[in-house]
Write a protein that binds this ligand. Structure first.
Ligand code: PMP
Length: 312
């Protein structure tokens, strides 16, 4: 076993986390030229853990990497196998989280700090850690951020680029300093974009809306799961369109979706209660449906969302 008791996948091998050495001139550290994913695995009822939508996460990561000309030498299917193997090696077979990161490393000798994408080598590191749900099911408070979401024309939110998350950090910092749990971003047009690390859904008069892809959002995989689950379980077709800030203040329910936060009700916004100030019925329906789906209790996993982490 590795000295630190913890394996990571780094540069093509499973190695001890303590043996990963990255230098101060790492280009990704200097300029934020890395891309990442957050993937969860869940303990099933049978005791067998499974990754949730891992293939979709790795497919998105390969897309993010293409934007920054980061070479990833594995297919999404190969990365899913590597992820499952890492969880097995670490014994992370309860609820766990995976963080794959692909990044620019060293520039050519003599060009230590060039701001560019070509002629820079790349690396891929994946870490895993045990992690259960961490947000209160009773709901969180949000504030509209005074920082706007970075537009697609400047740094696409569609790609999970490490450096771009300084924008998200500014927003969470402002929100938590004001006493809120999280921030909701507007885009340059002043329309609702997304939360700091989650997508936003709004329920008004029985209709469910979420900002469209062109609202400068990450196209969340949980967002996509919720759209399918609502279609199947409640015969509700989520409207993907421009969402106005005023729709948030007049909403019956608001909830956030993300791999990390899962489904979380927003029960207060800018110091006002959302609806009646408690998680609403549709939010609770979505929370239940999502929980059943990720735990493998949904008899309709026909979409192949689960990958078993066989304990061999
Ligand atoms: N938006 C942002 C900015 C995020 O960082 C995340 C978390 N990956 C999400 C939305 C939700 O995406 P997903 O459901 O794919 O985790």
């Amino acid at each position: 076993a590795p000295a630190a008791g913890r394996w990571v996948f780094h540069d093509g091998d499973f190695v001890a986390a303590a043996d990963v050495r990255l230098g101060p001139d790492l280009q990704a550290l200097q300029y934020g030229t890395g891309v990442f994913e957050g993937i969860r695995s869940y303990a099933g009822d049978s005791g067998e853990a499974h990754l949730f939508r891992a293939h979709d996460h790795f497919t998105r990561m390969i897309g993010s990497a293409r934007l920054l000309r980061i070479a990833i030498e594995y297919s999404a299917a190969e990365l899913v196998d590597i992820a499952a193997e890492l969880l097995r090696r670490n014994g992370h077979t309860g609820d766990a989280y995976l963080r794959p990161l692909a990044y620019k490393t060293a520039l050519e000798p003599g060009v230590p700090f060039g701001v560019r994408l070509r002629g820079v080598s790349c690396a891929l590191t994946i870490v895993s850690l045990p992690m259960g749900s961490y947000l209160p099911k009773g709901g969180i408070s949000c504030g509209i951020s005074s920082w706007r979401r970075i537009p697609d024309s400047s740094l696409p939110a569609r790609a999970k680029i490490t450096g771009a998350y300084a924008n998200n950090a500014l927003a969470t910092d402002e929100a938590t300093a004001a006493g809120y749990d999280d921030a909701i971003f507007l885009n340059q047009a002043g329309h609702v974009a997304e939360a700091s690390t989650a997508n936003v859904f709004v329920v008004r008069a029985g209709r469910v809306v979420t900002p469209a892809q062109d609202a400068d959002i990450l196209e969340g995989i949980t967002r996509d799961s919720v759209i399918s689950l609502l279609r199947r379980e409640a015969a509700i077709e989520v409207e993907r369109r421009t969402v106005l800030r005023s729709e948030l203040y007049t909403a019956d329910e608001i909830f956030l979706t993300g791999t990390g936060c899962e489904i979380v009700p927003v029960t207060a916004l800018d110091g006002r209660p959302v609806g009646s100030g408690v998680p609403g019925p549709l939010t609770r329906t979505v929370m239940d449906a999502y929980d059943r789906s990720v735990r493998g209790r949904d008899p309709h996993d026909e979409q192949d969302w689960l990958t078993p982490v066989h304990a061999t």
